[in-house]
Design a protein around this ligand. Structure first.
Ligand code: MG
Length: 161
């Protein structure tokens, strides 16, 4: 595997692990606000992000490329409200989508078609991620941060498998 692609994939593994860490921090935050549905949803999301990192990790190993894990930064904290914290999630997923699109374009530019195919799964996954988080954010905006609105969304999020 070409060095640029190898490095970029390691950077993406790092981003997925930091995403996992961010969602874990958010899970604890929502739990502290007595919103168990949100806390559950964030914990599942954290697990899913870890899965994304492992998918790329395994891909590098399969290709005989180098895995180069980096330091994880302290995740964001100081969330000011349950609604604002969720807006951060939407912004975060948009950044992840951008990073994956750039990575895909790099793979094509370098003629690494196998990596391109691998990344197509991630491109589709981001469409789903953005859809689900945008829907929740929209419901929260409707609820205007009122307790009843929050509790209804919380009950919904508790159902995530
Ligand atoms: Mg991800």
């Amino acid at each position: 595997m070409n060095g640029r692609i190898n490095q970029a994939l390691n950077t993406q593994i790092h981003m997925e692990l930091e995403s996992s860490y961010l969602y874990l921090a958010l899970s604890a935050y929502y739990d502290s606000k007595d919103l168990p549905g949100f806390a559950h949803w964030m914990r599942e999301q954290s697990r899913e992000e870890y899965g994304h990192a492992m998918r790329l990790f395994d891909y590098l190993l399969t290709r005989g490329a180098k895995v180069d894990l980096d330091t994880l930064g302290k995740p964001a904290d100081g969330f000011t409200s349950p609604v604002i914290a969720f807006e951060r999630v939407v912004a975060h997923e948009k950044r992840v989508t951008e990073a994956i699109h750039k990575l895909y374009l790099l793979a094509l530019e370098e003629g690494d078609l196998a990596t391109g195919v691998e990344l197509q799964w991630f491109i589709q996954e981001q469409v789903e991620e953005e859809k689900s988080v945008s829907e929740v954010a929209a419901q929260l905006r409707w609820g205007n941060g009122e307790p009843m609105g929050l509790l209804m969304v919380d009950r919904d999020l508790a159902k995530r498998e």
